[in-house]
Design a binder for this molecule. Structure first.
Ligand SMILES: CCC/C=C/C(=O)SCCNC(=O)CCNC(=O)[C@H](O)C(C)(C)COP(=O)([O-])OP(=O)([O-])OC[C@H]1O[C@@H](n2cnc3c(N)ncnc32)[C@H](O)[C@@H]1OP(=O)([O-])[O-]
Length: 309
């Protein structure tokens, strides 16, 4: 059960205000993040990826991968969520889905104010699904730069209601968050990348220090044979593949990203991302090569296509 209190009221929980968080980053953070999601991990002079970690050809700033914005949603989660009347075991939390809207390319350094709200709660019986929305505004100008919706799967926290209908989500488009249908046709592009055995140890330096990703004993207590890769790290690999193969290496082409984490990834495994271009939407699916297992699927909406595609 989510709560020992039989009067638990999901609507009251959703009305609960979460504190604002702040994110300040610079080019070093941008580059460390890019390395964490495998930039130049297969080829140190990769012409599509060097710009994310180095001022290639005298460029003034390193470029920011669009998935970097997912880091702004971490603060409220990694500090532990204060959810009145709702109890869950943080060690059993898994990342279920991430939905991102990027309104303009991110500067290579900035200070942001993140406004966080609880957007949804759903009772799945064996688990509860909680959705947190984070809107990030540039400090000073007040401009809204991006929005994240993070879905967490709280194993063992379901059974708090008689309904499997979601509470809230009422501000969402009706099709958001659904698992995508993978086309049965040949993909438009395929990208293969091996993650490093130390990938989670590198990725965690971008701000998610949950020991589930680094400590073998904590991983075992959570039900895994060894530490697992952060979901947002896998998402970073997949979207980097879409940028490389579909967007001709241009990160500013990405407008919207949706991803559902289907199964866990272990650092060191090889990720194969298949992509299907449908108009301005790219449907993608990432599989672990060694286990032939789908681990992530979703879509990316892009602003336009280069005429050479
Ligand atoms: C954020 C900061 C912390 C970061 C932590 C990490 O990185 S952890 C590392 C990264 N994360 C990972 O590694 C997690 C990888 N994913 C998994 O291990 C599994 O997908 C699971 C344990 C999340 C659910 O598996 P299962 O066998 O227990 O589930 P089932 O198939 O029996 O479905 C039950 C219900 O839940 C629904 N539903 C299912 N999946 C999702 C989803 N992803 N999302 C949302 N909803 C989902 C499904 O539609 C169904 O609803 P219906 O139809 O009954 O109304």
């Amino acid at each position: 059960m989510a709560s020992s209190d039989s009067e638990f009221n999901p609507d009251l929980l959703l009305a609960h205000k979460l504190p604002e968080t702040r994110s300040t980053y610079n080019e070093r953070d941008v580059a460390i993040y890019a390395l964490g999601v495998g930039a130049c991990g297969q080829d140190a002079v990769d012409s599509d990826e060097l710009k994310f970690v180095y001022h290639e050809n005298g460029q003034e700033h390193v470029q920011v991968l669009p998935t970097f914005v997912s880091l702004f949603s971490l603060g409220s989660l990694t500090d532990g969520l204060d959810l009145p009347g709702f109890k869950y075991d943080p060690s059993l939390l898994l990342h279920g889905q991430q939905y991102i809207e990027v309104y303009r390319p991110l500067p290579s350094k900035a200070s942001l104010i993140n406004k966080v709200s609880l957007a949804g709660l759903q009772d799945k019986g064996k688990a509860a699904i909680l959705e947190i929305e984070t809107r990030s505004y540039e400090q000073g100008s007040g401009e809204l730069l991006c929005m994240n919706r993070t879905t967490v799967f709280l194993r063992g926290a379901g059974g708090f209601s008689n309904s499997s209908q979601p509470f809230s989500y009422k501000n969402y488009p009706s099709n958001q968050g659904l698992a995508v249908k993978i086309p049965q046709t040949q993909p438009s592009a395929v990208c293969e990348e091996r993650t490093q055995p130390s990938q989670a140890l590198l990725y965690r330096l971008s701000g998610d220090y949950n020991p589930l990703h680094s400590d073998p004993n904590v991983a075992k207590l959570a039900g895994f044979p060894r530490p697992i890769l952060h979901g947002l790290c896998t998402l970073g690999f997949a979207i980097k593949a879409v940028i490389k193969c579909i967007c001709k290496g241009d990160p500013s082409a990405v407008k919207t990203i949706s991803g559902r984490f289907l199964a866990t990834v272990f650092p060191g495994e090889t990720l194969i991302t298949e992509m299907w271009l449908q108009g301005l939407r790219v449907i993608y699916q990432t599989k672990v090569k060694e286990r032939n297992k789908a681990v992530l699927s979703g879509y990316v909406d892009i602003r336009g296509l280069s005429s050479s595609l």
